[in-house]
Every structure is written in structure tokens, then in C-alpha cells.
Design a protein around this ligand. Structure first.
Ligand code: ADP
Ligand code: MG
Length: 439
């Protein structure tokens, strides 16, 4: 049975995940209702519980038509001879207490992070820091707009560091938590404890430090925390929505210290990355969504990844309420109310047709016509693609404006271009030129 389960996980997980999570686990025993699995750390346990437990139930059912749920125990924590007893113990062992306390979101790992143009530098720097903390980029500073993955990457560093070194002390806080902890420590006269807590970590992650603006006392305290950790060669990772020198009222000495390490910006994801993120999300949620629908959603929501996820949730909920399968037209219905504000464009399909036909020196009639010559088909597909990207017209409407074509033709054209864009740099350039003419 265990080999069967391992095979199943091998099929569905990446190699890194498989090696990290599955290889390190082993079955201890199986009862009528439970399978008891031993894992190396509380982090592993959480991961199994959150991500793999339901799949185990399903796979065992597939294997033996029995309903058996998994229970997880952490290796070397049992002090009673009968392994099964540990499962019932409520008390959290001391060693894992700290890790439980750090509030890392188990979903925010390197595994679930999709790499694209806008974040690949940040991702690479994050990996380096997780593997060699305190030595190369210290502090590491991520900046960029909301919903682009700064917090996700920060948590991923924490997880990865704990994986490599389960004894590492990792602390994640928002800048507000840091400020509140500091103020409380003054009120409760527990400054000593506060300092011990913040200055004894191996990795300190402080999120959204733009909120330090205007907090003089907190900045002062953070300055000392920073110095203590830095001198001890402990890793510091910070995020903000902008560069340190653009944060109003941030003390100059903090600005200059933050510049000692590496600052990396994260920019909004391009269409391909957005599609990849949606696909990964959909897989994780086990949603069956056709490729063209994923492309459609990714084409509609281009501002940030949190909104992209929101759109997926909305589509999913809408499908459930309407008891319909998820298709592009369902997605269009579900997202309708979100879209007007997301697309304030005044461009018309005709504007796009004019620009494209001029660029490729074709007649509008050819662009809208049925000729299948390559030199016409590609511009036609580009015009359809742009109509979908840059206007809020529905697919059927776009089809109609192209000589009465079916909406599936528009989807096909769109997908073709999306696909070609991932490899064809010349096409990318041409599209950029046309877009420039349109704006
Ligand atoms: P920020 O901190 O920059 O505002 P978050 O890290 O909170 O953004 O990201 C917002 C959401 O988008 C989170 O649910 C996160 O998991 C997801 N997300 C961001 N970037 C990526 C990515 N590259 N791959 C997968 N999910 C991502
Ligand atoms: Mg954040």
C-alpha cells in the first residue's frame, strides 16, 4: 500500500516536493480506520495535513475500497513505546512550539510560487538567502505593488530555511506587529523580553515596512534590532510597497542600512505567468477548468495576483451556485461585475482593426474576411487577440465584428497568439508596436 501511495504522489508532485515531503515520511502501522505516518518535523506534519491528507484517503479508497484516514506523528518525539498513543497526545512538544508560533502560511512555499519575468530575480535572491542566510544578501529587501507575491516569497524563505535546518529560529511579523509588540513591551515593562525575542532569531522577516513611516520610537527600536541581528550575521528580510528612500519619514540611517544588502523589485506578471499561476491554483484546488477559460480569466485580470485568485474563486463559486461546468462563457458571466472597473478602455474593435490592417498593410475587408493565407491569418488573429485584451467586448461580439465569426474562432485566435508570444520575440515586438500606436 505504501508503495502504491508513493507512486501516486510521484505522479502528482514535483520532484523537489516529492523528495522533501514524501521520501522523508514512513508508515508506522495501519488499523481498521487509520494509517499512522511518521514525519520528521512539525512543518512536515502541517504540510501533510494541509496538502496531502485528503489525497491519501482517496488513494487508499482506490486501492482497497476502504475508508482510512491518516494520522501523523513527528519522529523522535514519542516517549512512550506504543506509537499510536502519540497521536492522542494534545500537548505540543517544546521543540516545535517555536515553529508553530511563527505564523508561516503553509501555502506560501517555493513550490507553490510560479516564476515569471516580473519576479524571477526576487525568487532567485529568496532562494539564496534561504540556503545561505546572513552571508550574501543582508538585508534582502523586496519592493513592489500590492498582491504581487512579496509576502509569499518571505514565507517561502522561512519554510525553506526550516526545512534545511529544523532548529533555525524564524520570526515573521508585519511592521504593525513589530510596532505593537514594542509599544506593549513599554507599557508592560517587558522590554527585556521583547528584545530577547527579536534579537535571538536566525531569520527575521518584517513585512510592509512602509508602515514604519511616522513611527519615530518604533524606528529607533528597529534600528537597534537591525544592528544586533546584522552584527550577529543573522538574516533580515524586509518588504515594502516602495523603495526605502521613497518611504516618507523613514530615518536616513535606516534607509542607508537597508541599502547595504540587495533590493529587488517585483513587477506585475505578464499574461503567460498569470495563466501559469491560475493553472497551478486550479490544480491545487482540483478544479477542472479548460485552457481557454484560464487564458480568458488571465486576460481579464491583469493588475495583481490576489485579484487573479479572487477571480478564480468567484468563477468557482458561480459555477457551484449555477450548477454549471466551468467554461469561458460561465467565467465571463461570473466576472462581469468585476470587469468594468478593471478595464476602463475606450478603444473599439474598429480602432484595433484599423491599426492592425495599417501595420500589416492589409485591407480591413481581408482582415475581417475568410482568406486562409498565412500573411492574412496571423494579423487577423492578432487583431482578435488585441480586441479581447484591450476592449471589454464579449467574445461573440468580437466574432461578429470580424465578419460574423463564431466565438470559438476568437478563442482559438487568442490562444494561438498567447502561445506564440511565449516563444516568438518578433511577434512580441510587433504587438508592442501596435499597442503603442493604439495608445
Ligand atoms: P504582496 O505581499 O506582494 O501584497 P502576496 O504575497 O500576499 O502579495 O500575494 C498575493 C496572493 O498571490 C497570495 O495568495 C500569493 O500566494 C499569490 N501569489 C503571488 N505571487 C505568486 C506567484 N508567483 N505564484 C503563485 N502565487 C502567487
Ligand atoms: Mg504582503
Amino acid at each position: 500500500l505504501w508503495n502504491f501511495l508513493k507512486e501516486k504522489f510521484k505522479e502528482s508532485l514535483s520532484k523537489v516536493s516529492y523528495d522533501t515531503w514524501i521520501e522523508s515520511a514512513s508508515p508506522i502501522r495501519i488499523t481498521d480506520n487509520n494509517i499512522i505516518i511518521e514525519v520528521p518535523s512539525s512543518l512536515h506534519k502541517e504540510y501533510w495535513e494541509n496538502n496531502l491528507a485528503t489525497r491519501i484517503v482517496e488513494n487508499i479508497y482506490e486501492y482497497s475500497s476502504r475508508e482510512i484516514s491518516p494520522l501523523f506523528v513527528i519522529k523522535n518525539e514519542q516517549d512512550t513505546p506504543a506509537n499510536g498513543n502519540n497521536v492522542l497526545r494534545n500537548e505540543v512538544p517544546k521543540k516545535t512550539l517555536f515553529k508553530r508560533d511563527i505564523q508561516l502560511n503553509t501555502k506560501y512555499t517555493f513550490d507553490t510560487f510560479v516564476i515569471g519575468k516580473g519576479n524571477q530575480m526576487a525568487h532567485a535572491a529568496a532562494l539564496v538567502v534561504a540556503e545561505e542566510p546572513g552571508t550574501i544578501y543582508n538585508p534582502l529587501f523586496f519592493y513592489g505593488g500590492v498582491g504581487l507575491g512579496k509576502t509569499h516569497l518571505m514565507h517561502a524563505i522561512g519554510h525553506q530555511m526550516l526545512l534545511l535546518n529544523p532548529d533555525a529560529r524564524v520570526k515573521y511579523v508585519s511592521s504593525e506587529t513589530f510596532a505593537n509588540d514594542f509599544i506593549n513591551s513599554i507599557q508592560n515593562k517587558t522590554q527585556e523580553k521583547f528584545r530577547n525575542e527579536y534579537r535571538s532569531v536566525d531569520l527575521l522577516l518584517v513585512d510592509d515596512i512602509q508602515f514604519f513611516a511616522d513611527k519615530e520610537g518604533t524606528q529607533e527600536e528597529f534600528f537597534h534590532t537591525f544592528n544586533a541581528l546584522y552584527d550577529d550575521r543573522k538574516q533580515i528580510v524586509l518588504t515594502s510597497d516602495r523603495l526605502p528612500n521613497e518611504i516618507p519619514k523613514l530615518q536616513e540611517r535606516l534607509v542607508s542600512r537597508f541599502a547595504w544588502g540587495l533590493s529587488v523589485d517585483i513587477t506585475p506578471p505578464d499574461l503567460e505567468t498569470r495563466i501559469a499561476i491560475l493553472r497551478k491554483k486550479a490544480n491545487a484546488e482540483r478544479l477542472e477548468i479548460p485552457g481557454d477559460t484560464l487564458s480568458y480569466i488571465a486576460g481579464q485580470i491583469d493588475s495583481n495576483i490576489r485579484e487573479l485568485e479572487g477571480a478564480l474563486v468567484r468563477v468557482q463559486a458561480y459555477a457551484a451556485i449555477e450548477s454549471r461546468d466551468i467554461t469561458t462563457s460561465l467565467a465571463a458571466d461570473a466576472l462581469k461585475s468585476m470587469l468594468p472597473s478593471a478595464k476602463p478602455s475606450t478603444l473599439t474593435i474598429l480602432d484595433i482593426q484599423n491599426a492592425v490592417s495599417k501595420y500589416y498593410q492589409l485591407s480591413i475587408a481581408d482582415l475581417k474576411g475568410k482568406k486562409r493565407i498565412k500573411s492574412i491569418v496571423l494579423p487577423r488573429q492578432i487583431a482578435m487577440y488585441l480586441s479581447r485584451e484591450l476592449t471589454s467586448n464579449s467574445l461573440p461580439k468580437i466574432g461578429a465584428e470580424f465578419g460574423g465569426k463564431d466565438h470559438t474562432t476568437v478563442i482559438h485566435a487568442y490562444e494561438k497568439i498567447v502561445h506564440a508570444l511565449s516563444t516568438d520575440d518578433q511577434l512580441k515586438q510587433e504587438l508592442a508596436d501596435i499597442k503603442k500606436k493604439l495608445s
